[in-house]
Design a protein around this ligand. Structure first.
Ligand SMILES: NC(=O)c1ccc[n+]([C@@H]2O[C@H](COP(=O)([O-])OP(=O)(O)OC[C@H]3O[C@@H](n4cnc5c(N)ncnc54)[C@H](O)[C@@H]3O)[C@@H](O)[C@H]2O)c1
Length: 370
């Protein structure tokens, strides 16, 4: 693969393959994707539209994106402006849903700031999206059920952050781990609103018999993640593509497993369609667990191979004094539940995923800010 277009084409084919049964279930249904203009929206939206294009004998999946486009309408979405079976609605999820929404069959709630540097800057907005925004969507489901137009599935995006900084004997972390989280620290606006969001989901599911499921993503990366997002892989990619040294803002010892976005999005659609009501599923990869220092080394090596990069790794202190506060030293999931119950089966290795990401960023540097 040599170009961003080839990377996307390959990923969309992988999604169609992994989601044969799930996309067939969504055919002739409408899927509302709140936050669909964001990173995960990139393949959530394009994956469904690609399946429509490549399965012309099926009735199409109708995608509705609801987003406040707080950072503008991204270029990839503007390019889809006239795409069939796609509706774009500008709306702030913290406000009552627009009357024009009509009846919807499936709902994905991915509308939340996800990048730590941004949610620390907008903590109240982050909490509102995950609590009040979620509440509006759940109340909509309740009223649709009363109107005998029931929603068939709801997916709420929680986060691996709900586990906080897990005790060493709870890493890798299964869904049954209860968490070790500060309720007042600089990350709490995110972690605690995701935790409360999960509680809302479980209780709406139980009390009103609604098909609500929860995803706990572990460090997704890849195409669609803006180069200016402030997460570690786009930061390193920007350094490489600018021909500058890679700047490490920590001692490099924190470890993560990184899940390529096409694999993750396959997992999310599987939860939406097949996940058990009121249940949460970890979505990520179990291995390899790599340190930030090792990740930087890999970026240097790949940069050299792909673009003749000659930079090195340098250490700096972040200007943001909260940058490392409550940052877990290790984060790694157990994904047995999603594997066995849903057939979730991540395929793309970290080497291949980083390669695809760098190639994608090389073709998407100007699209950094929407
Ligand atoms: N990407 C990951 O690795 C990861 C990890 C854990 C959890 N998540 C969760 O997954 C979801 C999607 O994450 P992402 O990485 O795509 O984030 P993102 O920031 O790239 O995209 C979020 C989208 O939501 C929109 N949005 C934010 N607030 C809104 C509001 N009030 N009303 C309407 N739209 C709003 C933004 O405009 C953006 O398009 C989020 O809930 C996030 O917390 C992601």
């Amino acid at each position: 693969m040599k170009s961003a277009a080839e990377v996307i084409a390959k990923d969309l084919d992988l999604l169609s393959l992994q989601l044969r049964a799930e996309f067939a279930r969504l055919a002739d249904r409408s899927v509302l994707i709140a936050g669909g203009a964001g990173f995960l929206g990139y393949y959530l939206v394009q994956g469904a539209l690609h399946w429509n294009r490549t399965h012309p004998t099926h009735s199409p999946i109708r995608v509705i994106v609801l987003d406040n486009f707080i950072r503008g309408v991204p270029a990839w979405m503007t390019a889809l402006d006239q795409a069939p079976n796609l509706r774009l609605l500008k709306h702030d999820i913290t406000q009552p849903l627009p009357a024009a929404l009509g009846d919807v069959d499936y709902i994905i709630h991915a509308a939340s700031i996800a990048s730590p540097i941004y949610y620390r800057r907008f903590p109240i907005e982050t909490m509102d999206a995950n609590v009040n925004g979620l509440r509006f969507l759940l109340e909509y489901c309740r009223s649709q059920k009363e109107k005998r137009k029931p929603v068939e599935g709801v997916l709420f995006y929680s986060s691996s952050e709900i586990y906080g900084d897990p005790a060493p004997d709870s890493i890798p972390t299964p869904e049954t781990y209860h968490g070790n989280v500060s309720c007042t620290g600089p990350r709490a606006c995110y972690d605690e609103s995701k935790r409360y969001g999960e509680t809302l989901c479980v209780n709406f599911a139980r009390q009103h018999g609604l098909p609500i499921k929860v995803a706990r993503p572990f460090n997704n990366y890849g195409p669609g993640l803006k180069i200016t997002d402030g997460r570690v892989i786009p930061d390193f990619a920007r350094n490489v593509l600018d021909g500058k040294d890679i700047v490490m803002l920590s001692d490099g010892s924190a470890k993560r497993t990184f899940c390529y976005v096409a694999d993750a999005v396959a997992g999310y659609y599987k939860i939406l369609v097949k996940g058990r009501t009121g249940e949460a599923y970890n979505i990520g990869v179990e291995t390899p667990e790599i340190s930030m220092a090792e990740l930087a080394d890999r970026a240097v090596v790949l940069g050299r191979e792909l673009f003749g990069y000659t930079g090195k790794i340098v250490r700096q202190q972040s200007a943001d004094e909260d940058y490392l506060v409550d940052n877990p030293s290790r984060r790694c999931p157990v994904i047995t539940k999603a594997r066995t119950e849903l057939g979730y089966d991540p395929q793309v290795s970290i080497e291949e995923g980083l390669r695809r990401s760098l190639i994608w960023y090389s073709g998407n540097r100007d699209a950094s800010e929407a």
